[in-house]
Design a protein around this ligand. Structure first.
Ligand SMILES: Cc1cc2nc3c(=O)[nH]c(=O)nc-3n(C[C@H](O)[C@H](O)[C@H](O)COP(=O)(O)OP(=O)(O)OC[C@H]3O[C@@H](n4cnc5c(N)ncnc54)[C@H](O)[C@@H]3O)c2cc1C
Ligand code: FES
Length: 231
């Protein structure tokens, strides 16, 4: 995983945890690529990514000083409340969590961050909060099992990761807030390329009404168990 920093003062000043930016650049793919804002400090925002296709490979081959068109902050982020907040992340689902930790700590909450991956090698090295719990599917580091199983019961659960992880979180904590992944086109509510199936029927636009949802509001059986983003 790599962290890419961009000078984007307006976005850095206003972004909330769980919001994303849609990136486009000269010579890049026709459609912009969405990325959660990972950190924001001063004039700079950061995103975390790994090369999974043409767009991410091009972003990772950029040099300091290259120009990226950065649309954002987009979408609806986490609503943070409560005195003890658990951040649950799987794989690249770490992406919205540093800002969530920042906002929860600023609101006076105790933060427990549970980060899971398949093996110790795939764990993200950067996690923040009053307590950090590692979980691995193969038991090579920390809790032997999923991040959801390793999490304590708290006032508020915020989660991001593979859909199967979020579906498990929804079963345990229907009121958890989850940041979902979908394919996206415009990122601004126009193309309907980011449809998320809802438990009450119908669809929402992940880029506009999401990407953060109340866990029980999503019809998980209609979402693929895993997209590469968090794998
Ligand atoms: C709200 C949101 C936030 C995101 N935040 C991050 C982030 O912080 N870090 C990160 O690495 N990625 C993030 N993603 C996913 C990121 O947008 C994709 O990694 C990127 O679009 C892939 O582009 P590519 O050109 O490299 O891959 P492509 O060449 O377009 O595709 C490579 C493979 O990935 C699949 N794919 C393409 N786009 C997506 C997608 N959006 N979701 C799932 N599978 C896809 C394709 O089907 C193909 O199999 C986020 C997506 C959303 C919707
Ligand atoms: S990505 Fe176009 S409507 Fe959501």
């Amino acid at each position: 995983m790599f962290v890419l920093g961009m000078r984007a003062p307006e976005i850095a000043a206003s972004v909330r945890a769980g919001q994303f930016v849609n990136l486009g650049w000269a010579g890049g793919p026709l459609l912009r690529r969405p990325f959660s804002v990972y950190r924001a400090e001063g004039d700079v925002i950061e995103v975390v990514l790994k090369a999974v296709g043409v767009g991410t490979a091009q972003l990772l081959s950029m040099e300091p000083g290259d120009i990226v068109s950065c649309l954002g902050p987009l979408g609806r982020g986490f609503e943070i409340s409560g005195s003890h907040v658990a951040l649950i992340s799987g794989g690249l689902g770490v992406a919205p969590m540093p800002l969530a930790a920042r906002d929860a700590i600023a609101a006076g909450a105790r933060v427990t961050w549970i980060h899971g991956a398949r093996t110790a090698d795939e764990l993200c090295a950067e996690a923040d909060g009053d307590e950090v719990v590692w979980a691995t599917d193969d038991g090579s580091r920390g809790f032997h099992g999923t991040a959801v199983a390793a999490a304590p019961d708290v006032d508020l659960v915020l989660a991001c990761g593979p859909n199967r992880m979020l579906a498990a979180a929804a079963e345990r904590w229907p009121d958890a807030q989850v940041a979902v992944e979908t394919y996206m086109g415009c990122g601004t509510g126009v193309c309907l390329g980011c449809a998320v199936p809802l438990a009450r029927g119908g669809y929402d636009r992940a880029c506009k009404e999401g990407p953060v949802y109340r866990a029980a509001d999503i019809k998980w059986s209609m979402l693929p168990a895993n997209l590469h983003y968090v794998a």
